[in-house]
Design a protein around this ligand. Structure first.
Ligand SMILES: Nc1ncnc2c1ncn2[C@@H]1O[C@H](COP(=O)(O)OP(=O)(O)O)[C@@H](O)[C@H]1O
Ligand SMILES: O=P(O)(O)OC[C@H]1O[C@](O)(COP(=O)(O)O)[C@@H](O)[C@@H]1O
Ligand SMILES: [Mg+2]
Length: 341
């Protein structure tokens, strides 16, 4: 029986389990393939930490948050590198790997493919910042969760006549902020792609207050006020050596309270946005991507990633996904900015 390995790497996100189920069901039904899962991303591949993935193991999992396989931010190019990955595939009798991850995981997958390891990628991130795919699964769920939270901030803000700030995730892209801010009717949406001054933010806040509203500000974690350059990241580095973002909301809380005189409260939504059940949209997208990843493997299309183009699932070279981060365009920002203040 031909066999494929599956791994999930990088930050988890709602919908990962639906990809796993789609791949396992599609592989078995259409091709008679068997599957194994590697625990905790590339760590499981390097250390041959393997679990069997028979059809019964994926029953009912598409509605579950997180990943049944676990995840990590392990770099497969270290700690044994390509040789260890190849050996893991050989020992487990695998024709190739399906790697479910974001730009980091897919960059590692590309490097491995360039050295002859068979990998198909499935784009995953709540941040929606991957090129070569219109949307990533997990994004819709994160936006839904953030929007529900921001709606709650609004009712308490209105009762107390306060300015409320919601800080959302997204790394260097403002997608979650843009969509949750627009959905919840924020008076200002602050994203890293479009720095604005503290004066401008204060003007929006005061104009909302002057109309009798409780001002609502949605800020992306990597937003830096105009002229300040780098994002606020006082919590050191992650396991891959990148700055851990987060905290700009609290900084703005102090600054806006001083400049506007309005009592202000900030809430950092954090990992709440990444946890919990995927929305129906994400379950469908993730399932279709899982099915398509198996087809790509069956066709021998290694070094590719499955992706959403319009309403179709297509296959693109991994290099296209990694070329550049997909960030919010000026046109999308300007469209939203009409509603500020
Ligand atoms: N350019 C790269 N080349 C090789 N490995 C990488 C690269 N970038 C990240 N990785 C590895 O892949 C892991 C997952 O990437 P990360 O960015 O954390 O999550 P995601 O895959 O969700 O974007 C990283 O922790 C790191 O070990
Ligand atoms: O869970 P950690 O390591 O604190 O990482 C937080 C980061 O992970 C994310 O939630 C998702 O990022 P990735 O998709 O790149 O894993 C970012 O929005 C956030 O900056
Ligand atoms: Mg990433």
């Amino acid at each position: 029986m031909k066999k494929l390995g599956i791994l999930t790497s990088g930050g988890d996100c709602p919908g990962v389990n639906a990809v796993i189920r789609g791949a396992v069901l599609g592989g078995e039904v259409v091709h008679g393939y068997g599957f194994v899962g590697f625990r905790d991303g590339w760590r499981g591949v390097l250390e041959q930490d393997v679990v069997p993935l028979p059809r019964r193991s994926v029953r009912g999992i598409s509605r579950l948050g997180g990943t049944i396989l676990g995840t990590s931010r392990t770099n497969p190019l270290e700690g044994g590198g390509t040789g260890a990955v190849r050996e893991s595939l050989r020992r487990n009798g695998l024709m190739g790997l399906i790697a479910i991850g974001g730009e980091g995981t897919l960059a590692a997958a590309k490097a491995l493919c360039d050295q002859g390891v068979n990998v198909v990628g499935v784009p995953k991130t709540i941040d929606n910042d991957l090129g070569a795919t219109d949307y990533t699964f997990g994004f819709d769920s994160a936006v839904q969760t953030a929007t529900e939270a921001i709606d709650r901030l609004r009712t308490t803000g209105e009762s107390h006549h306060r300015c409320m700030i919601a800080e959302v995730m997204g790394r260097n892209a403002g997608w979650i902020a843009l969509h949750s801010g627009m959905a919840s009717g924020a008076h200002a949406i602050l994203i890293p792609e479009h720095p604005v001054s503290l004066d401008q933010i204060s003007t929006w806040v005061m104009s909302a207050r002057d109309r009798g509203r409780a001002p609502l500000v949605v800020v992306a974690e990597a937003f830096a006020p105009e002229g300040q350059g780098t994002p606020y990241a006082p919590r050191g580095l992650d396991t891959f050596g990148r700055p851990r973002l987060g905290g700009i909301g609290r900084l703005l809380e102090q600054q806006l309270q001083e400049t506007t005189g309005i009592e202000t409260r900030a809430t950092v939504l954090g990992h709440i946005q990444r946890g919990g059940e995927p929305t129906a949209y994400d379950r469908v997208l993730a399932t279709r991507l899982g099915l398509a990843a198996v087809e790509a493997a069956a066709n021998g299309s290694w070094g590719t990633m499955v992706s959403l183009r319009g309403t179709d699932i297509v296959t693109v070279g991994l290099e296209l996904a990694l070329g550049s981060l997909k960030v919010v365009s000026e046109a999308r920002y300007k469209e939203a900015a009409v509603l500020f203040g």
